[in-house]
Design a protein around this ligand. Structure first.
Ligand SMILES: Cc1cc2nc3c(=O)[nH]c(=O)nc-3n(C[C@H](O)[C@H](O)[C@H](O)COP(=O)(O)OP(=O)(O)OC[C@H]3O[C@@H](n4cnc5c(N)ncnc54)[C@H](O)[C@@H]3O)c2cc1C
Length: 419
């Protein structure tokens, strides 16, 4: 094959392009946004073998029902009566059962572990430090109920071969010498890791360019020309048209709408979240503040705070109530950060980042080649773990494009599964 057009320049599109470049394939990436915006650059940077349960699970339904009526809670729907939300919810509820969890958790865990190993390779291949920290992830709990729940997850994690530890309040505090932690204890998932996406994305882009790839930002694909079962070319809002032998859709939360233009049913909605960075403290280990679902991550430039999952179509507004939920949560676990948080809250929307997670209705990535087309690969729907799954998804997508057998089966992630 001589050329591949990758649509989408987030972590999934870039990792796919990078893998293809490594195999000597000629690649053009078309990206609607600029290099410094998007879901992939401002997220919490966590690499999460510990997040092996798919989002469509009985636990998530229980949690969602508990939170859905509270406008400051970390979870909600933007427009519950929108037909796209209704269709998504149908597939979500159809899959939110133990059978689905048991069928998929081994795969999700394996994908995350393979991706972590590839990030360790990236560390030696990419020019530029991206802060890979392999000290694991802590689930910090303020209540014994939450700690008990995490201890149960820990049991399943151990069965999947993951290393874990249950930490007392003092042991948890000892990991954060710079700040007081208010907790009853935590669970430490030792196989997890974390990095700085704002440093990784430029490093990946540079590596693609260095290997001869081409990246066009501010190029939103608007029209797709087909001939029978073949995609021939795509045209962008910059007035240019790009042809290729193969096409990859890695368009994150926008994938459902673009795939619909090709007659494909891919229920992916945006799961909007927010983030900001505090200059201090220098955290040692990344953590999730369990009851409030807020993530805190040590980045190269400070402490990143992220949270909230609002399901709906892609939208640009900031929901102040959800943001207030994050502001209120942080000092409950780190009382010493009250003033730091107040200063961020006082500066309005300045420095507030928002990103749209591409959430597939059944909580699994959408990876592979739809039967309707001969030269199209989808790589999207990674929800809460697109950063974590970037390198392995890039590897699998590249293998699908080049006709190799993917090293991890794509059967459960097949794009046609919603038909
Ligand atoms: C608050 C928050 C915290 C998170 N924390 C983590 C974490 O710790 N770990 C983790 O693994 N994941 C995390 N995520 C999820 C992660 O950020 C996403 O799963 C990941 O970024 C998705 O990558 P993507 O490449 O699929 O999509 P995106 O990053 O959204 O990239 C898609 C790209 O496609 C482009 N595009 C769209 N339509 C078109 C078009 N028509 N033509 C051309 N280009 C187009 C867009 O401009 C965009 O750049 C978090 C997300 C949020 C919101």
């Amino acid at each position: 094959m001589s050329s591949v057009v990758v649509v989408g320049g987030g972590i999934i599109g870039l990792c796919t392009a990078y893998e293809l470049c490594r195999q000597g394939v000629s690649v053009t990436v078309l990206n609607a946004g600029s290099p410094t915006e998007g879901c992939s650059i401002g997220n919490a940077g966590m690499i999460v073998p510990s997040h092996f349960a798919p989002m469509a699970s009985p636990g998530m339904v229980k949690l969602g029902l508990k939170m859905i009526t509270d406008p400051r809670s970390p979870f909600g729907f933007l427009e519950p009566w929108d037909p796209a939300v209704a269709a998504w919810s149908y597939h979500f509820l159809k899959n939110a059962n133990n059978k689905h969890v048991h069928r998929t958790q081994g795969l999700i865990c394996a994908l995350n572990r393979a991706s972590k190993a590839l990030y360790q390779e990236y560390q030696t291949e990419l020019a530029g430090e991206f802060g890979l920290n392999t000290d694991g992830l802590l689930m910090i709990c303020r209540t014994f109920e939450a700690l008990e729940h995490e201890a149960a997850v820990m049991k399943d994690a151990t069965e999947l071969g993951l290393k874990t530890a249950l930490l007392s309040r003092d042991e948890t505090q000892a990991l954060y010498p710079e700040v007081e932690v208010s907790s009853v204890g935590s669970v430490h998932f030792l196989d997890d890791a974390q990095l700085s996406p704002a440093a990784l994305i430029p490093a990946l882009r540079a590596a693609i360019l260095q290997r001869g790839g081409v990246i066009h930002d501010h190029h939103r694909v608007e029209r797709i020309t087909r001939h029978g079962r073949k995609i021939v070319s795509v045209a962008t809002d910059a007035g240019e048209s790009f042809s290729g032998d193969e096409f990859v859709l890695a368009t994150g939360a926008w994938t459902g709408a673009l795939a619909a233009k090709l007659g494909l049913n891919v229920p992916i909605l945006a799961g909007k979240g927010y983030g900001f960075t505090l200059e201090r403290p220098r955290l040692g280990v990344a953590a999730i503040l369990t009851e409030d679902r807020v993530a805190v991550s040590p980045m190269l430039n400070g402490m990143r705070v992220t949270g909230t999952m609002e399901i709906g179509r892609v939208s640009s507004g900031i929901n102040r109530r959800r943001l207030e939920g994050i502001y209120a949560a942080l000092p409950r676990y780190f009382p010493g950060l009250t003033e730091d948080v107040a200063s961020v809250a006082g500066s309005g929307s300045n420095g507030i980042w928002q990103g749209s997670r591409p959430c597939a209705a059944d909580g699994l990535p959408v990876m592979g080649r739809p039967r309707k087309y001969e030269n199209l690969t989808l790589a999207s729907g990674h929800g809460m773990m697109g950063l974590s799954l970037g390198p392995i998804s890039g590897r699998l997508a590249a293998q699908a494009v080049t006709g190799q057998t993917p090293e991890i089966s794509l059967d459960l992630m097949h794009p046609d599964r919603f038909n």
